[in-house]
Design a protein around this ligand. Structure first.
Ligand code: CAA
Length: 378
């Protein structure tokens, strides 16, 4: 895929790989065990500007294409997919502003990111998961302010973000056209992080409820017009899904790397197990799937970079890549045999980490609805 990436990004790929080898890969084993959010590790990553890779050049960002950024994000995911998820979820939090915000709102948010801030996207609620339009969080206009009340859940970066893009109902009678999108900064009275999830995988990412209790924000923090929130949220997810495919491809690549390294070391019947054609075919199948997933991600992101329609391709990339991340992780465990089932070895973590990619940012069943809507029509 190197031919798709700019020269500048090719140098950065090596920098990111070195950073991840030195600061992320080994360290995350322990954080995976404890579930602690590795603050210092993230501070170092933020110092490198990895959380700001998606800031557009006109607002002070590095001017990389999405395909460039994907090459970097995959390196992060190879080291630890919770780390890559935190970085990517911050980009997810930026998207509603970049899609629906005014120039002033965009610049303000990008300045916060460039100063080291993380973002979060808050759509899901206890009663509104796949049915994203069923949220009951409310925003009531009061003079020059809106007052937000409700509870969002499963929010990546929920307790560590510096700004939040939040959907809330401004006119229930209008259904999805009564949902609006708001920009809320950390420290706003009435906004707090709720319960932190004790997750099966991506344990180095922070996932919490976000609670809104009489949270007053200036009316100018509305993104787009009243009633445009659902559309902005869907457009945000359309873009974001390919990124989940990218992280999934990184998990699969780690599975291949670990399986090959172990297969060369492990001696059975007097030779390294990798000498067996049965195992070689398994590795070849893992490689086929991972390479196809990577190409799909690059295809969806290239369409985005070129301003062409990408909804279907982004959903396909997310759906396929997350499905194969599960398969490839499972096969990596199979290569390790009994040791693969042990927490002492790195591959069981890949299986735990990959599962969520079939679920969040729209379950793979929802992706199939999106894909079917694209090819059949709504
Ligand atoms: N772009 C623009 N507009 C869109 C759109 C899109 N991709 N998809 C739908 N819309 C518009 C439609 O055009 C329609 O408007 P009109 O009537 O004017 O045409 C309106 O939105 C409603 O569309 P639907 O009737 O299709 O909506 P729906 O209620 O049936 O839902 C859905 C569609 C695709 C299933 C949607 O609910 C969905 O994506 N669900 C999954 C939610 C999801 O991905 N959640 C993940 C949260 S993020 C996350 O996980 C956070 C984290 O931190 C990890």
């Amino acid at each position: 895929m190197g031919y798709l990436i700019s020269e500048e990004a090719q140098d950065l790929v090596q920098d990111v790989k070195n950073f991840c080898d030195n600061e992320v890969k080994e360290q995350c084993k322990e954080f995976d065990r404890t579930g602690e959010w590795p603050k210092e590790m993230y501070e170092k990553a933020i110092e490198q500007g990895y959380h700001a890779l998606e800031v557009p050049e006109e607002y002070g960002g590095p001017g990389l294409s999405r395909v460039d950024v994907a090459a970097l994000l995959e390196q992060m995911a190879i080291a630890d997919s919770g780390f890559a998820t935190t970085i990517s979820a911050s980009g997810l939090g930026m998207k509603p502003v970049l899609i629906g915000g005014t120039e002033e709102q965009k610049q303000r948010m990008c300045d916060i990111v460039l100063e080291g801030g993380l973002g979060a996207f808050c759509l899901t609620e206890p009663g509104a998961g796949s049915d994203a339009s069923a949220g009951v969080t409310k925003a009531v206009r009061d003079g020059d302010e809106y007052v937000l009340n409700g509870r969002k859940c499963f929010i990546t970066n929920g307790a560590v973000a510096d700004f939040y893009c939040i959907t809330a109902m401004t006119d229930k009678s209008k259904g999805v056209k009564g949902i609006s999108m708001f920009y809320v900064e950390k420290g706003t009275p009435g906004l707090s992080a709720g319960q932190e999830e004790d997750k099966m995988g991506i344990r180095t990412s922070n996932t919490t409820d976000v609670v809104l209790e009489d949270c007053r924000i200036p009316a100018e923090n509305l993104l787009g017009a009243e009633g445009e929130g659902f559309k902005i949220a869907m457009q945000t997810l359309d873009q974001a899904r390919a990124w989940m495919g990218c992280i999934s491809a990184g998990i699969a690549q780690r599975g291949i790397d670990e399986a090959i390294a172990y297969g060369k070391e492990r001696i059975q019947f007097g030779k390294p197990v990798i000498k067996n054609q049965g195992l070689q075919f398994k590795i070849a199948d893992m490689e086929i799937k991972t390479e196809v997933a990577r190409q799909m991600v690059a295809h969806a992101l290239t369409l985005m970079d070129k301003g062409l329609p990408f909804t279907k391709e982004s959903a396909i990339a997310k759906c396929y890549a997350s499905d194969i991340a599960m398969e490839v992780s499972s096969e990596a465990i199979q290569v390790f045999g009994g040791y693969g089932f042990s927490r002492e070895y790195p591959v069981e973590k890949l299986l735990r980490d990959s599962k969520i990619f079939q679920i969040f940012e729209g379950s793979n069943e929802i992706q199939r609805i999106v894909i079917a809507n694209s090819v059949i029509g709504r």
